[in-house]
Design a protein around this ligand. Structure first.
Ligand code: ADP
Length: 260
């Protein structure tokens, strides 16, 4: 893991994390958290020891997506916090500590400090990957986290819609500035397939993410459909990878290809 310039002193537990992968988006509501959860569980399915950190102070939705909505941060030794366990993942969330309405009024420096503390004071086990669900946007918090954490790379999530793409472009430019490799782009909600007749419709436009990726010579890691099952799994708190319904295999495969 590369040392970030001006990095915070690294905690003992954080040193056990081999690769930190940031999942980021310019715009909110594009499916960043959904991608983070499914990418993390796909890595578990690949046999990787994986953790998931919910750093989205504006809407920490990971606890709900993993059925941990009622969980609170558990202290191990009074100094560090034990991550929660769900779907084979070690999970930590700003949502386990503070109510979202409190966190959203934090100023940039306070929010970034709280997030760095959360990362360094969690008793992470040995992990191959720590997936970080970043807050949306390219402001102070995102910049500070990117600069102060030793990060392997970032994954950008966008929909094919113009408003989302222009914000995704800002995120790519930000990561280029702080010299974090962008590993690829995920185009979410690329199309909707009618469950009755199979007709596909590109509700948010066609191939916008693919074109943006081409402009920056980035790989497209997946083009994911807008599909009820993805929303259902999030709301039920049961990730897609725990589903025993063979109808979900095709979607799982898309995330597995992303993980590989
Ligand atoms: P973000 O983290 O970018 O704010 P979320 O992952 O929370 O976005 O997704 C926003 C909403 O859209 C959630 O209700 C989620 O269940 C739903 N969603 C995300 N991606 C899809 C998809 N491909 N198909 C159906 N629903 C989706």
């Amino acid at each position: 893991k590369p040392e970030a310039a001006g990095a915070e002193p690294t905690s003992y537990a954080f040193q056990r994390v081999k690769h930190v992968i940031l999942v980021a988006s310019g715009k909110g509501g594009v499916g960043k958290s959904t991608t983070a959860v499914n990418l993390a569980t796909a890595l578990v399915a690949e046999g990787a020891k994986t953790g998931l950190l919910d750093a989205d102070i504006y809407g920490p939705s990971i606890p709900m997506m993993l059925g941990l909505a009622k969980s609170q941060a558990a202290s191990g030794d009074g100094k560090t916090m034990q991550p929660q366990q769900a779907a084979g993942l070690s999970v930590q969330s700003i949502g386990f500590l503070v109510s979202p309405d409190k966190a959203t009024v934090w100023r940039g420096p306070m929010a970034s400090q709280a997030l760095l503390q959360l990362i360094h004071e969690t008793n992470w086990p040995e992990l191959d990957y720590l997936i970080v669900d970043m807050p949306p946007g390219t402001g102070d918090i995102q910049l500070t986290l990117s600069q102060k954490l030793a990060v392997t790379g970032a994954v950008i999530v966008t929909t094919p819609q113009d408003v989302a793409l222009s914000d995704a472009q800002k995120a790519i430019v930000m990561f280029n500035q702080v010299q974090i490799p962008v590993l690829g782009l995920v185009e979410n909600m690329s199309y909707h397939q009618c469950s009755a007749c199979g007709h596909q419709e590109a509700i948010f436009g066609r191939d916008g993410g693919v074109e943006l990726a081409a402009r920056y010579q980035l790989p497209v890691l997946a083009q994911l459909p807008l599909q009820t099952r993805l929303r259902e799994c999030s709301d039920l708190g049961k990730p897609l990878f725990l589903s025993e319904d063979p109808a979900d295999d095709a979607l799982c495969l898309l995330y597995q290809q992303m993980a590989q």
